[in-house]
Write a protein that binds this ligand. Structure first.
Ligand SMILES: NC(=O)C1=CN([C@@H]2O[C@H](COP(=O)(O)OP(=O)(O)OC[C@H]3O[C@@H](n4cnc5c(N)ncnc54)[C@H](O)[C@@H]3O)[C@@H](O)[C@H]2O)[C@H](O)CC1
Ligand SMILES: [K+]
Length: 514
């Protein structure tokens, strides 16, 4: 793993830094090093003719900010300090004393503050322990009102380091320079309006210290291009044939949502899966054939309303169908897009299948009606469920959803499934607790049908039975990355309004072309 992948809580960061200090690294030296690295990065953003306001807190976040202030000053920038705290940590106090000796203007009242071009937020870092109130809350709200870009050191002051919750109020940063290792709160969806453009400032934490603290707990990891492309595209041997490249069965679509079946099929097509079968209500069969001529389209008996009435399974008596389905002849089954909840009887049958199973959309809504846990826990092979927020709440109404990382871990543990909780920061958890977070997406994907494409793409990848060293959640994480990168590419080419789900399918392969 690269440093960019690790995600830590405040407590884990504290433990890692304690190991560094115990090994002999002076705290002052580390602060000096970190302040210098932040300053170097700032030089590429802020030209020396600019005025910079430094917001200095009482702890080491403030200490970092004061080191930055001093370096900006010595390099010709106009600098002022806002430092309203009476009790400072020792090291921070020393830096503040030196700043004052240089006669850099220091203020304690926000109404005295001059104008400036940029603000550096060094009020609180991962040491924030409680809600921000009183004059500090007023100050943060004041700085958010000014029109200067704010660059937060480590984490926007006021955000909970682990959950990303706003503790009272929080700085709305244009940039967040996260120090050393990614803090979990920065990857939580509720932090998004506050973090701005995030980047990691590496201050060379030894990997041994990281592993010493993180190896014995479920890993929270960021999905990066390196991790995704280490999986994708799945290896395709020179000598192969269609049956060796997996056989995916999609069970989807209804007269009401015919498009869902097409979009899911197009997502599967992009995965490179060798064989694709799609079970839809009989009346959709020719429509699907026209869109996906390479797929084997299975027309199923349908209800009055045009939903799949039953699956023509091998062994069942049904003379009106041309093709019987043997659920155990597929290497993966994906079910749900456009299914409707008109007929709940097919889900218990599908859950019996022995191959990996993906349940999405209405399959999840039916599962919520039938009761999630007992049904999924009894399955022999891997299961992936891919709820959006609403489906998640219906499936797991008892789980507190504020901390999405914890929520998805709990759901995975309870259900025994890999849980992919879709959103602006999709989180994926394995039943044993490991979590992948997708750190980059686009609001362009917030459209009907996007999820159908992901289900097909994911099903097609899992059906190709990735090499044994690839865990199911690794494949799910890579599919998530692939899907969001296609959305980003499409939005760049066509604006965020131009990424309808069909267009999204047309950009999937461009992602792998790099
Ligand atoms: N630990 C290190 O050597 C390094 C830390 N880095 C930087 O330091 C911060 C973490 O520093 P720490 O002193 O632990 O905490 P903070 O600076 O975040 O501030 C905590 C400080 O504030 C007080 N406090 C907490 N909550 C509130 C509140 N709601 N209202 C008022 N005051 C509050 C608390 O009592 C503490 O005194 C880290 O983020 C980095 O920026 C270095 O970068 C690397 C080395
Ligand atoms: K900060």
């Amino acid at each position: 793993m690269t440093k960019e992948q690790f995600v830590v809580t405040a407590a884990q960061m504290r433990d890692i830094e304690t190991r560094i200090f115990t090994a002999g690294m002076p705290v002052a030296a580390l602060m000096e090093k970190v302040g210098g690295l932040i300053f170097q990065r700032l030089q590429t953003i802020i030209s020396p003719d600019k005025c910079v306001g430094i917001l200095a807190g009482p702890g080491h976040n403030g200490g970092d900010a004061l080191v930055v202030a001093r370096e900006l000053y010595f390099h010709g920038y106009k600098v002022w300090i806002y430092q309203p705290f009476s009790k400072l940590k020792e090291l921070t106090s020393q830096h503040f004393q030196y700043i004052q000796s240089l006669e850099i203007p220091c203020y304690q009242e926000i109404n005295e503050l001059p104008n400036c071009d940029f603000l550096i937020d060094g009020l609180f870092g991962f040491g924030l322990e409680r809600e921000i109130t009183d004059f500090i809350a007023a100050a943060i709200n004041h700085f958010n009102q000014r029109n200067q870009p704010i660059i937060s050191i480590d984490i926007p002051s006021g955000l909970h380091t682990d959950t990303g919750e706003v503790l009272g109020t929080a700085i709305q940063a244009s940039y967040t320079f996260c120090l050393g290792l990614w803090k979990q709160g920065l990857l939580q969806e509720q932090a998004l309006p506050y973090v701005g453009k995030t980047e990691l400032i590496d201050f060379h934490i030894p990997l041994t210290d990281i592993h010493a603290v993180l190896d014995n707990v479920p890993q929270i990891k960021r999905i990066t291009k390196i991790t995704a492309l280490s999986t994708l595209p799945l290896p395709r041997p020179l000598i192969t044939h269609k049956y060796k490249q997996g056989h995916l069965l999609l069970i989807c679509g209804s007269r009401r949502y015919a498009g869902g079946a097409i979009l899911t099929g197009l997502g599967a097509r992009a995965s490179g899966v060798g064989m694709l079968s799609i079970a839809v209500p009989e009346s959709l069969k020719m429509l699907l054939v026209s869109h996906l001529p390479e797929a084997l389209i299975i027309g199923c008996p349908e209800t009055e309303k045009g939903a799949i009435a039953n699956l023509p399974l091998v062994g069942c008596v049904s003379d009106s169908v041309t093709h019987l389905i043997d659920l155990n002849s597929f290497t993966t089954i994906a079910c749900g897009p456009g299914l409707t909840t008109d007929n709940i009887s097919i889900i218990p049958e599908i859950i019996e299948c022995e191959c990996p199973l993906i349940l999405d959309a209405d399959a999840l809504n039916i599962l919520a009606q039938l009761g999630t846990i007992p049904l999924l826990k009894s399955r022999k092979s891997g299961t992936v469920i891919t709820p959006h927020t609403g489906e998640f709440k219906r499936l797991f109404p008892h789980i507190d959803y504020t901390n999405r990382v914890k929520a998805v871990q709990t759901a995975a543990h309870e259900s025994g499934a890999v849980v992919l909780l879709k959103g602006a920061r999709t989180a994926i958890s394995h039943p044993q607790g490991g979590v992948w977070i997708n750190p980059e997406s686009t609001p362009a994907l917030a459209r009907g049908g996007s999820g159908d494409v992901l289900t097909g793409l994911l099903g097609g990848l899992l059906a190709q039975i990735p090499p044994p060293e690839l865990t199911m959640e690794d494949v799910v994480a890579s599919a998530t990355w692939w899907h969001s990168q296609a959305g980003i590419l499409a939005a760049q080419a066509r604006t965020e309004l131009g990424v309808d789900a069909f267009t999204l399918t047309q950009y999937l392969l461009s992602v792998l072309k790099g």
